[in-house]
Design a protein around this ligand. Structure first.
Ligand code: AMP
Length: 470
């Protein structure tokens, strides 16, 4: 599998005006999907130009760097790096000059058969410059485009060779395509904007341009985004949807609507269900900002227990989750959060967070609350215990990382120093999302994977094979 993880965000716009400012703006809107690098590729009528940089969109793509480039078709990417994968070297879009012209691709997701497929290509003489699965996709596509000038057929054939999670914004010369893997693991949505159409990882990007949601790209679907319409190429076979539940729990913006379900609403419902599954006699309900906020509001609504903001989050602190060393992660949490003493002192508190991975964050936060005078600290979690790795782009890779793999809920409660601990159940989470269990990827909480992964339990497999599209 690729050493580089892609829990990222993609945008593609085709319009009757210069789309560069809109690409930059919408990448800022989906900055939550990646803060380590950003990039834009734009077709100026003759060729594709790409600008990439490290850091937040504002730093990576300052206005001055974009000014020379104008075009009506373009794609953009924000990248979320894990340990070791930071910096501009791995920034996207990735571009290639081919016999069929220029290509640029922006990828969200992880290919699960990367090593196997790459080996096959290396044996036939292909050359790779990175260990990114995006480069593999572009190489396969190039091979098929060389054999057959039909882009749709070539994309289909490429989809037949790869497996895993991919939501792609692809530009071949001036043509723009959106592609979603056969399980729709990562989100991709189509929007109509003034003078054009767009695709985006999150619908909030469409809102930012004053546009309207058209619909989600379907699992296994290819869409060609044109200025005045879009064309759809659906797989003939029924693809089993397996949308990542963690998008709703943690990753996506609360104002985004994915596959018809608004993230904020799902999180609020998670909080309500948590309150029914794990009630508590406390004085106040507090979120762990920012991601636990809607969950905590739901808990408070359901119980009538007052909601209070009791933690101040330092927005400028570094990200704790990807730091390589446990001591550093612990130190970073204390840099990031500080309790508001007047809210906390003398109170029985219930805190709600979206998830526990290693348990680092909550252990620190419970300790801080006690130090600030809380008389009781109860913890509720909006995601069932995470026990299995994600092979589809979320940075949760090895089983030994997960505290819930080694300990019971009671033991975890003891380790983090809480008075009680309750996780939402898998059924409760599914109810909150409002989709059928079959249509979700729950692999990190039940160990059942929607694609074949060596050594793991498989649920079902949707395969795109050539000729299966209409
Ligand atoms: P931990 O401290 O290891 O238990 O991690 C849980 C905290 O990290 C929660 O507050 C989550 O909001 C956040 N989190 C969970 N999964 C991820 C992820 N893949 N990347 C970054 N942060 C995460």
């Amino acid at each position: 599998m690729s050493g580089l993880r892609h829990y990222c965000g993609v945008i593609g716009i085709n319009a009757d005006h210069n789309v560069v400012p809109s690409l930059q703006k919408t990448l800022m809107i989906i900055q939550n999907r990646g803060q380590d690098s950003a990039g834009i590729s734009v077709f100026d009528g003759m060729e594709i130009h790409t600008v990439k940089g490290a850091g937040l969109v504002q730093t990576a793509l300052p206005k001055e760097s974009l000014e020379p480039y104008k075009g009506k078709v373009g794609i953009g990417h924000v990248r979320y790096a894990t340990t070791g994968g930071k910096g501009v070297k791995n920034a996207q879009p990735m571009t290639m000059i081919t016999g069929s012209g220029m290509m640029a691709i922006a990828h969200n997701g992880d290919l699960t058969t990367y090593d196997k497929v790459k080996k096959k290509y290396l044996e036939t003489g292909a050359v790779f410059q990175t260990d990114s699965d995006t480069e593999l996709i572009i190489n396969i596509l190039n091979k098929y485009l060389g054999q057959n000038s039909d882009i749709i057929l070539s994309i289909r054939a490429t989809m037949g060779e790869i497996d895993g999670a991919y939501a792609l914004a692809l530009m071949v010369n001036g043509r723009l395509f959106g592609i979603r893997d056969p399980h729709g693991i990562r989100p991709l949505i189509i929007g109509k904007i003034a003078g054009g159409y767009m695709i985006a990882s999150e619908s909030a990007a469409i809102d930012a341009l004053g546009g309207e949601i058209v619909r989600d790209v379907a699992p296994g679907e290819i869409v060609e985004i044109c200025q005045d319409s879009f064309r759809s190429y659906m797989p003939k076979v029924k693809c089993h949807c397996a949308h990542c539940m963690f998008e709703w729990v943690y990753f996506a913006r609360p104002d985004t609507i994915m596959d018809g379900r608004e993230v904020y609403d799902v999180r609020r419902r998670i909080g309500e269900i948590l309150a029914r599954e794990h009630p508590a006699d406390v004085d106040i309900v507090m979120p762990i900002p920012d991601s636990g906020r809607a969950h905590a509001i739901g808990f408070s609504n359901e119980t009538g227990i007052p909601y209070e903001e009791g933690f101040m989050k330092n927005r400028f602190a570094e990200r704790t989750f990807i730091l390589p060393d446990q001591k550093e992660r612990e130190r970073a949490v204390s840099m990031k959060m500080n309790p508001i003493k007047s809210t906390v002192a003398g109170k029985r508190i219930l805190i709600v967070d979206d998830s526990i991975v290693r348990g680092t964050t909550l252990k620190q936060l419970v300790g801080m609350l006690r130090k600030a005078g809380a008389t009781e600290v109860h913890v509720r979690i909006g995601c069932p215990p995470i026990i299995a790795p994600c092979y589809y782009g979320v940075d949760m890779k090895t089983r030994d990382q997960f505290i819930a793999n080694k300990h019971t809920v009671d033991e975890i409660c003891h380790i983090i120093g809480a008075d009680s601990l309750g996780y939402i159940s898998i059924d409760g989470l599914v109810e909150a999302i409002g989709k059928s269990k079959e249509d979700l990827c729950l692999a990190c909480v039940n160990g059942k994977y929607p694609t074949r992964i060596e050594g793991e339990e498989e649920r079902f497999q949707s395969k795109i094979t050539d000729g299966k599209f209409e």
